[in-house]
Design a protein around this ligand. Sequence first.
Ligand code: GAF
Length: 377
Amino acid sequence: MTSPSERAARLSGAEPAAVWVAPGRVNLIGEHTDYNDGYVLPFALPQVTAAAVLPADAGWTVCSEGHDGAVSFGEDDLKPGGVTDWAAYVAGVVWALREAGVDVPAARITIASDVPVGAGLSSSAAIECAVMAALVDLAGASVPDQKLVRLAQRAENEYVGAPTGIMDQSASTLSRAGHALFLDCRTLDVEHIPFDVAAAGLAVLVVNTNAPHRHVDGEYANRRAACEAAARVLGVAALRDVSAAALPGALARLDEVSARRVRHVVTENQRVLDTVDLLRAGDIAGIGPLMTASHESMRDDFEITVPEVDTAVSAALEAGAYGARMTGGGFGGCVLALVDASRAEAVSSAVASAFASAGFTAPDSFVVTPGEGVRRT
Ligand code: GAF
């Protein structure tokens, strides 16, 4: 099968001026910590979205191999709500760049992708980051990476209207092959942590549960609002400012549900830091229990899992995974399992059997290694 960049170039109908690809991501650990100014540890997937761009006479036209017909928009549409549905991710990028003073030339933009959509693997950020890099290139502009990340997040938050944090755009832009991206979401400081699972005889298995996303937008916004409300009650700028030592005192000041939300965020931040310490020491298998503890915290305290992901985690652990957890925003999506490389098939089969017994739609499983962030092809 041809690559997304080849397909995007072919669909363009003429030789593109530039083709950029940006990856989806998995998050090794650190869920719902990004909008609390905390820590995350994602890595880029080998699967990418490609954006091919060609200069045009006026306005912007977007085509995607995943959607029939082209969507065109002009300057008058460059306000939140001006373009809706899938093309909003592209219009939002044009809008955010222009808001930042980049003179985005008229263009025809063609998209092709291997990142599964609706699976919590950050297909939205992959589109945003690929289109942003391609348009900046076409404009002949120079924009620092951290600024590109902020602008892509702005497109998603303000133009598309999804109140997400900064993790996905950071992972898609800043990741390095063979490394996990340790990101401080307050400062945007990054450290590339070597994550060579294969050299350790291990593998990261992604199980796409294929569970339909349930109430995902409303529930995500609701969790974010609960965290921000709790931070106000506790008198801190963000939950990042509640240390593990201060947690018992903080919990005593909150109602029962808010206390569980806060406990997830504070303990999850600590788990990211502990995971990074273990990886720095070269102990990859040692992070397994932290992954599983993260899952239990998402299931019991943050309440963002669904039966399919809980079943996938339990089945993977029973089949010998070192650790397993849901990755991404929740309410469906994918599970990561850290396994011996030689056991990847067996764990994948065990999860499939557990799904069949439970009457769930069959899952898809695949092994991933950390890929490179956004790049020109
Ligand atoms: C989604 C969001 F887009 C991220 O910002 C992050 O909050 C994640 O859910 C949960 O960790 O992917």
